[in-house]
Design a protein around this ligand. Sequence first.
Ligand code: ZN
Ligand code: ZN
Length: 96
Amino acid sequence: MRREFGGTRTSSCRTGVLIVGMGVRCPAWWPYPDRCGNGHEWGPELVLVSWQQCHCPGAQRLHPDRAIWGHFTVACREPGCRSVWYDPPHEPGPEA
Ligand SMILES: [Zn+2]
Ligand SMILES: [Zn+2]
């Protein structure tokens, strides 16, 4: 089963993780969670977005072409915080 690229990215803001009624600065276009796994607020200047090649089942779900299997990674820039969010979700496991 394959999902459109926009599917997971647009829904994450609305379904959100832990919306705690204070200073949510998630813009309408923000396709990522509005805070990291450790609770730091996320916004355009508060994260580092990059691309990571990966062949896990999660990465393979988006495209049939293995040359572009991978995830967008969103890393929290809070000093000392190593929280990283994967899109699509990283699913470590035995490679088929
Ligand atoms: Zn963080
Ligand atoms: Zn992966």
